[in-house]
Design a protein around this ligand. Structure first.
Ligand code: SF4
Length: 315
């Protein structure tokens, strides 16, 4: 797979673009995830024409529609930033991004819970950075995260699963349009989708079943929208447990009663959060290889991202 393109707040790559001339290098982003990702850096404050260093800024006023104001001289930068951002998101369309990693707590780049100050100078953590808001409104289904939240193993796993899936889907889009490619993609992703949302799994199954009745463009459009909505919902031990048990059904004939018992115990230990997901997955992968199970060996769920990222390793 070629590298996944992600937008990123420039300062997270170690570039000295912050208001104080510093950076916020994040080693997981550059060294670990960076092996699989090509970053498209965006520093809204510098790219809208502000110097380095510059006066710091914060959000002020109505949390739903705040102003971006310099903290000392009270200059209002909202219109300048918003005008640049609206133009820039249109330019970013050609980059074919699979997601964006935002810098947390920034009045320009922060994705959520940004401080917005009222007239008395009291903050409420309810704002969204001006650029981040315009970006997310323009690309509503793109996976987005903040660098701080990526240190949470569950959020990290979900984000990485989404960007890898979107990249695989984009590869389908690059090929000649064919209902068969959509059906094939869906078949390989069935269990991954089920682990996020049984409801979306059902809807997508029905959509793919009537693929021949739909105009092909509509099929692609609807499938992509539901896929991205499904993956926004987080997988849980309960949902994963059901998928694991479903997979176990494929070995009814081959496993001895001792092996079945052992697998059931491992799945149960995972459900109770005594062992990480990688434990039952490894055991099932072993049986998939041993018995050469044709349907399961094609399932992305068993290998959704590179092992080196060490996901599914936490309880
Ligand atoms: S948080 Fe955003 S605006 Fe601030 S320095 Fe980083 S990239 Fe630039």
């Amino acid at each position: 797979m070629e590298k996944i393109k992600l937008g990123i707040s420039t300062c997270l790559l170690g570039e000295n673009v912050r208001y104080d001339g510093g950076h916020k290098l994040d080693r997981f982003i550059t060294d670990t995830l960076g092996q699989y990702v090509e970053y498209v850096p965006v520093c809204p404050e510098v790219e809208c024409g502000l110097p380095i260093p510059r006066e710091s800024m914060h959000l002020k006023g109505d949390p739903d529609s705040p102003r971006l104001v310099t903290t000392r001289t009270k200059q209002d930068m909202t219109d300048r930033m918003a005008q640049w951002a609206r133009k820039h998101v249109t330019e970013l369309e050609k980059e074919d991004l699979c997601g964006f990693i935002f810098k947390s707590n920034s009045p320009s780049s922060g994705m959520e819970r940004i401080k917005v100050y009222n007239e008395k100078g009291m903050p409420v953590k309810k704002g969204v950075g001006i650029f981040a808001k315009i970006f997310m409104d323009h690309f509503p289904l793109l996976p987005v995260e903040e660098e701080g939240r990526l240190h949470d193993p569950n959020l990290r796993e979900n984000f990485i699963e989404r960007i890898f899936t979107l990249k695989r889907w984009r590869e389908v889009l690059e090929r000649k349009e064919s209902r068969g490619y959509v059906v094939d993609f869906h078949t390989r992703h069935k269990l991954l989708i089920l682990s996020h949302s049984p409801k979306h799994y059902q809807t997508m199954g029905k959509l793919v079943a009537k693929a021949k009745e739909l105009p092909i463009k509509e099929l692609y459009q609807q499938y992509q929208t539901i896929l991205m909505e499904a993956l926004q919902l987080k997988s849980t031990p309960k949902k994963n447990g059901n998928v694991l048990q479903h997979m176990m059904g494929y070995f009814k004939e081959q496993l001895s009663s001792d092996e079945k018992q052992e697998l059931l115990e491992v799945i149960d230990h995972y459900r109770q959060e005594y062992v990480p997901l990688i434990v039952p997955i490894t055991l099932i992968n072993h049986y998939v290889r041993k018995y050469d199970q044709p349907y399961l060996k094609e399932q992305v769920y068993l290998n959704p991202h590179p092992l080196e990222l060490q996901l599914r390793n936490h309880v």
